[in-house]
Design a protein around this ligand. Structure first.
Ligand SMILES: [Cu+2]
Length: 81
């Protein structure tokens, strides 16, 4: 019984969301690159890039994935604040 409760907790776990500002985002090409590099990371559920605002919004299911996303952004030339 307890095990079932724990399991359903995992299944319904919601993803968290964070928005970072990356001043170096300048066009759709940047958005495509960011999507392509971040989307395959395990634990990243969704990536939305707002080119006009220079914002990257990331939905994630574990915080390690988020740290990896941040360092990946730095590596590909979009350090975030
Ligand atoms: Cu660009």
């Amino acid at each position: 019984m307890r095990w079932h409760l724990l399991r359903s907790d995992v299944e319904v776990r919601m993803s968290d969301k964070v928005t970072w500002h990356a001043e170096d985002i300048s066009c759709e090409h940047c958005a495509t690159t960011i999507q392509r590099e971040l989307a395959p990371i395990d634990g990243i559920a969704n990536v939305v890039v707002d080119v006009a605002a220079k914002d990257v919004t990331i939905e994630y299911t574990d915080s390690e994935a988020l740290a990896r996303a941040k360092s990946t952004l730095e590596e590909i030339g979009y350090p975030v604040s």
